[in-house]
Design a protein around this ligand. Structure first.
Ligand code: FES
Length: 176
């Protein structure tokens, strides 16, 4: 090897195997930044989606009235439900018309008219029927639609425990 070649080899760019100082710094700072960003944003994401992830209380039953108070004649009972809808919590008051059938079995009907949603009343025209004051829909004691309304009145799930009537979710009428 000539002197000239030797000189070039000693002053050429130094090749190193492994990580340069610049790479090491950018990896370290980048990793630390990503870790801190994740640490700050995870609580915010959790706060945003938490109500969506919460399990809803399945099959909630509301204690409404003692069974001994029920009669064959429908009676109006009011009760409150605890409702959580995302971040909105409320306790709306609901109404049910509860009575016993000829076999002594209790059932509860929704007061919402199936025509356009007005509130029905029992026997308001002294005809032993539910009547809607808005457009004159009539229903039997079982909630069967007679005129105007296209469907029977909805029904509440109902169970009796320790002589108390409990109401559950509203469902389509099962009696007619
Ligand atoms: S809303 Fe009841 S009859 Fe129209």
């Amino acid at each position: 090897m000539s002197n000239h070649e030797q000189h070039e080899n000693t002053h050429g760019p130094v090749k190193r195997n492994g990580m340069s100082r610049r790479q090491f710094l950018s990896y370290t700072l980048g990793g630390a930044g990503a870790f801190m960003a994740a640490g700050m944003s995870l609580p915010m994401i959790r706060f945003a989606v938490d109500p969506i992830l919460q399990k809803k209380a399945a099959g909630t039953w509301i204690k409404v009235v003692e069974e001994s108070k029920l009669t064959n004649e429908p009676q109006e009972f009011k009760f409150k439900i605890h409702q959580v809808d995302g971040w909105y919590v409320s306790d709306p008051e609901l109404t049910a018309w509860i009575s016993k059938d000829d076999q002594g079995k209790a059932f509860a009907l929704s007061p919402v008219c199936k025509h356009l949603g007005c509130t029905i009343g029992w026997n308001t025209e002294k005809n032993e029927e539910y009547v809607c004051p808005c457009h004159g829909a009539h229903y039997t004691k079982d909630g069967k639609n007679l005129v105007v309304a296209p469907k029977p009145l909805d029904e509440y799930d109902l169970k009796i425990e320790n002589n108390w009537v409990y109401l559950g979710p509203i469902k389509a009428n099962t009696r007619v």
